[in-house]
Design a protein around this ligand. Structure first.
Ligand code: N2P
Length: 357
């Protein structure tokens, strides 16, 4: 009996210790402590060394989670199960989140490094006065392709994607606005079109692209294209730049029918628990040296003029990734089409994906 009691005590102490240990772990490393900062960013969108440096400098422990579409990110933030201190939505998502009261207003006096941002990226229509968002990266959507796999053919337009030479040879980014957008653009419609007949036409046209589409993929699109698993891919510009860094045979084009110009900005969700920490992180990322290292590592274009000056001329002078204002003026920024229309775009994209299977 004594033995049994002793055993019981041992089991109890171990179990209690475990529970207590887990609890302590949760309160120091879990979401929402004042010594933690929870960041929700796109996949492959930060140099991990910068996170480590920020942790050291700020004394905060960073909890880092990633998403692969604005839609997924917005759903998670709306549901509110996990609270985030900083996130990085694109412009139409910022406008939608603002409308739905999901964002915390930004106090510019807490961001002394904001003066390094090129004014060209400030005060844009989706967030006048940058009341709720601070520039992080920007870019375009286009086609990255391998001329060597295509006998020297140089792709120029969205409509080229339908060419027989690309049979089972195209990878598409897994994004509803991106795919519906180029479907619309290929028909010379706006990528913000809401006319039902145009949307159906774009969906039918995308359906005819199916024989050429090898896969619709997430961040692995970069590895697959660099490894020459397909001759062309519809990608965000920064991904193209990273792929081309891996495989110099590839090239990137913004199609002649027009395309998307996008802006990803840092925001503080309304449910944030460590607002002071969020400002610290934003200001850290706005530092020109940090922003330059981040742009170099990730491959995306920085809106930070003083970071740009620190980058190699080979990067900053590349018009494919730093297109001139004259060129970007011809591109379209996604508009916030409203909850219902956005859901409709998603539905049409899903139908296109299902139709492929
Ligand atoms: C990074 C994705 C960037 C998204 N993997 C462009 N808005």
């Amino acid at each position: 009996m004594k033995q049994l009691v002793r055993m019981f005590i041992v089991v109890f102490v171990v179990a209690f210790g475990l529970m207590y240990g887990v609890h302590v772990l949760n309160s120091s490393e879990g979401y929402g402590g004042s010594n933690t900062l929870t960041i929700y960013n796109w996949g492959d969108y930060i140099d991990p060394d910068l996170i480590a440096e920020f942790e050291e400098e700020s004394g905060l422990k960073v909890i880092y989670q990633t998403f692969d579409s604005n839609e997924a990110m917005m759903t998670k933030i709306e549901q509110g199960g996990t609270t985030f201190d900083v996130s990085v939505p694109s412009e139409y998502a910022i406008s939608k989140m603002k409308e739905e009261g999901l964002l915390h207003p930004i106090d510019h006096s807490k961001l002394p490094n904001l003066n390094h941002i090129d004014p060209r990226f400030l005060d844009l229509s989706f967030d006048p006065g940058n009341e709720y968002s601070i520039p992080y990266f920007w870019g375009t959507v286009g086609i990255v392709y391998n001329p060597e796999m295509l006998d020297g053919w140089q792709i120029k337009s969205w409509n080229d994607l339908w060419d027989k030479r690309l049979r089972n040879n195209i990878l598409l980014v897994d994004g509803a606005r991106e795919v519906m957008g180029f479907g619309l653009n290929s028909l010379h419609y706006s990528l913000n079109d809401t006319d039902e007949a145009h949307l159906q036409e774009a969906k039918s046209k995308l359906g005819t692209l199916t024989p050429n589409v090898k896969a619709i993929v997430g961040d692995e699109i970069k590895m697959l294209l660099a490894n020459e698993e397909a001759a062309a891919g519809v990608v965000w510009s920064g991904d193209a730049s990273e792929i081309m860094g891996e495989n110099e045979k590839l090239d990137y084009v913004v199609p002649e029918e027009g395309s998307n110009l996008w802006f990803d900005n840092m925001v503080i969700p309304k449910t944030a628990r460590n607002i002071e920490g969020a400002y610290k992180f934003m200001n850290f990322m706005l530092d020109p040296e940090h922003a330059a290292r981040n742009a170099e590592y990730v491959g995306y274009s920085t809106p930070n003029k003083d970071a740009l000056a620190l980058l190699d001329e080979e990067i900053s002078g590349d018009e494919r990734f730093y297109p001139s204002p004259e060129l970007t003026e011809k591109l379209e920024v996604y508009q916030n089409l409203g909850k219902r229309m956005l859901a409709h775009y998603n539905e049409l994209f899903l139908e296109f994906k299902m139709h492929r299977k």
